[in-house]
Write a protein that binds this ligand. Structure first.
Ligand code: NAP
Length: 329
């Protein structure tokens, strides 16, 4: 058995790892909440990791409040930089490989073209800067690492764009969504599988990688697609309208256009492990889990769930979609 410690088990990716890890029978996964393993507490990390002696540590913890980081810079740095450094140091001490997630927000989004791993970082906000400093801590302290940069993470849990916009669409007659910021929505399930597969094959192809879905969307087109899937499950009578960033008077600068070039991860790891990239399949899976899965359906949404025949229709649609995708090449 390969022992894997998961840090930050109550976040989107952390929860997905806890939900799906039984697909990997060779992995002995020990998942810890913030209370059980606080990455800002060196003694806590040492005690846990020396006792568990894992081969891999997957860090799903982070300070992810982009707006909050502007006024809480110290907190963001304490978790995303200093804490990550402690983790890297202890992984070095026990010889464990650290798998860590970073973000598209380390870039300024001004590049004309897809971002490569060694493109120059230039974070526009404090969250992005704290994540970039975290990456530097890892690369400076411990060679055995995988830094997975990803973007626009969503899941069927609360606290992400898909969940929030769906709630708004169900309650409101119209929603305005930004149409001039582009990126690639990436499912927490796909990220969880990626991390577990790296552990499962005991990969030693260390380094920094870009991993996101095969999409290039703005938030408005993403919201529109969420609505198209959503109507198979719930009543939505809402118009989605585009709005440009300038009109929003946002308090935090965000990159306009970060699309990753994912060739490095495909070329390096793609031969050994399946990489899930298809954004439509991933989104449909997430929507299914949100509404039909037993996990977390908001009480107020439950009565809006449509009947089984509607669900069956959705299945057929997904099946057709999958067939089309299979035949695409
Ligand atoms: N969300 C995105 O769109 C996005 C995009 C690109 C990259 N990423 C990166 O992907 C990773 C996972 O993101 P996510 O969306 O899954 O995050 P998330 O849902 O916000 O979860 C983060 C988790 O970290 C935990 N945490 C915070 N401080 C901690 C500490 N000191 N010790 C231990 N755990 C602590 C939190 O615990 P509590 O539950 O107790 O607060 C929370 O469960 C992060 O590295 C993030 O930067 C995210």
């Amino acid at each position: 058995m390969i022992t894997v410690v998961v840090v930050g088990s109550q976040g989107q990716i952390g929860k997905e790892i806890s939900r799906i890890h039984t697909m990997f029978p060779e992995l002995n996964v020990l998942a810890y909440t913030r209370d059980e393993l606080d990455i800002t507490n060196m003694l806590n990390i040492k005690t846990r990791l020396i006792t568990d002696n894992p081969k891999y540590v997957i860090n799903c913890s982070a300070y992810t409040d982009v707006v909050g980081a502007e006024t809480n810079e110290d907190k963001a740095n304490e978790i995303n930089c200093e804490g990550v450094g402690y983790l890297a140091e202890v992984c070095g001490l026990i010889g464990a490989t650290l798998i860590h997630f970073s973000t598209d927000y380390i870039f300024d989004g001004m590049k004309d073209g897809y971002y490569l791993e060694d493109d120059k970082a230039n974070p526009l906000n404090k969250y992005g800067m704290s994540k970039y400093k975290g990456e530097e801590k890892i690369t400076g302290l411990h060679d055995k690492h995988f830094i997975i940069r990803t973007s626009w993470v969503y899941s069927h849990y609360e606290g992400n764009f898909v969940h929030t916009i769906l709630n708004k669409m169900i309650k409101d007659k119209s929603v305005k969504v930004v149409s001039d910021q582009y990126g690639s929505p990436t499912s927490a399930t796909d990220l969880a599988k990626l991390a577990l597969r790296i552990c499962d094959i005991e990969s030693d192809k260390y380094g920094t990688y870009h991993f996101s879905s095969n999409s290039n969307l703005n938030w408005y087109t993403f919201a529109d697609m969420i609505k198209r899937f959503g109507i198979y499950y719930v009543d939505i009578d809402c118009t989605v309208k585009p709005i440009i960033t300038k009109k929003l008077k946002a308090s935090v600068k965000r990159p306009y256009n970060v699309i990753f070039n994912c060739d490095k991860i495909i070329d390096t790891l793609g031969k050994d492990i399946e990489l899930d990239f298809d954004w439509l399949e991933s989104l449909s899976e997430s929507m299914y889990l949100r509404f039909k899965g037993k996990i977390e359906i908001d009480c107020e949404l439950q009565h809006l769930l449509k009947d089984e025949s509607t669900i069956a229709k959705l299945y057929r649609k997904i099946e057709n979609l999958e067939k089309r995708l299979e035949n695409r090449d």
